[in-house]
Design a protein around this ligand. Structure first.
Ligand code: COA
Length: 170
């Protein structure tokens, strides 16, 4: 008999989530991005969460959603301003179960409901295919300086259809 996997759920970010989200951020980068980024680049990237207070402020300043499995946070995503996905991270132990898809579905609906016509994201090289599958199109290649290292990413954009707006007849 196959086991039924618990289903992910979503809730808004609370200030008390900061330490666990910082840990998810670091674990996700350390374990999931090694094919595309060097160890030095990964360390520079994870250092963004070492200042926990600053990281908490970044999470609180956007629209941040937390994905949980059996009430424990396993991932999070953050919308910056009306139309930019600032962060999307899933714990390595919870990947491949639709957690990121659920987070993105919700951000796209919320942004669309607030009037955004499109969403952008500066996608890491390991996440670019995930976003492409969701209809995000590569616009430009970037090289950004993070903690003394240069990291490449791709600005991708998705046009939000009327389906993102609640109550619009089809
Ligand atoms: C990219 C990431 C968020 C995906 O999380 P996830 O919860 O495993 O994604 P999902 O389970 O919702 O996957 C949805 C689909 O995308 C595909 N997918 C997910 N991650 C992928 C990857 N790294 N490369 C290619 N395809 C990927 C899945 O196979 C699935 O495809 P399907 O619908 O055909 O089955 C996760 O791997 C991660 O946190 N990566 C490290 C942090 C990072 O780079 N974040 C992005 C910053 S912009």
């Amino acid at each position: 008999m196959g086991q039924t996997l618990p289903k992910p759920a979503l809730r808004p970010f609370l200030a008390g989530d900061t330490p666990v989200l910082a840990a998810i951020f670091a674990a996700s980068i350390e374990e999931l991005t090694g094919d595309d980024y060097s160890e030095g680049q990964q360390q520079a990237w994870t250092s963004a969460a070492e200042d926990e207070e600053g990281f908490g402020k970044r999470l609180a300043s956007g629209l941040t959603l937390v994905a949980t499995l059996e009430s424990s946070p396993v991932g999070f995503a953050s919308l910056k301003g009306p139309s930019h996905i600032d962060m999307l991270y899933v714990h390595p132990g919870a990947v491949g179960q639709g957690v990121a898809s659920m987070l993105c579905d919700a951000l796209e609906k919320l942004a669309g409901g607030r009037g955004a016509k499109s969403l952008t994201v500066d996608a890491s090289d390991n996440a670019a295919e995930f976003f492409a599958k969701r209809g995000y199109v590569a616009m430009r290649r970037n090289t950004v300086s993070v903690g003394g290292e240069w990291l490449a990413n791709t600005t991708m954009q998705k046009t939000l259809g009327d389906g993102a707006k609640p109550g619009v007849p089809t």
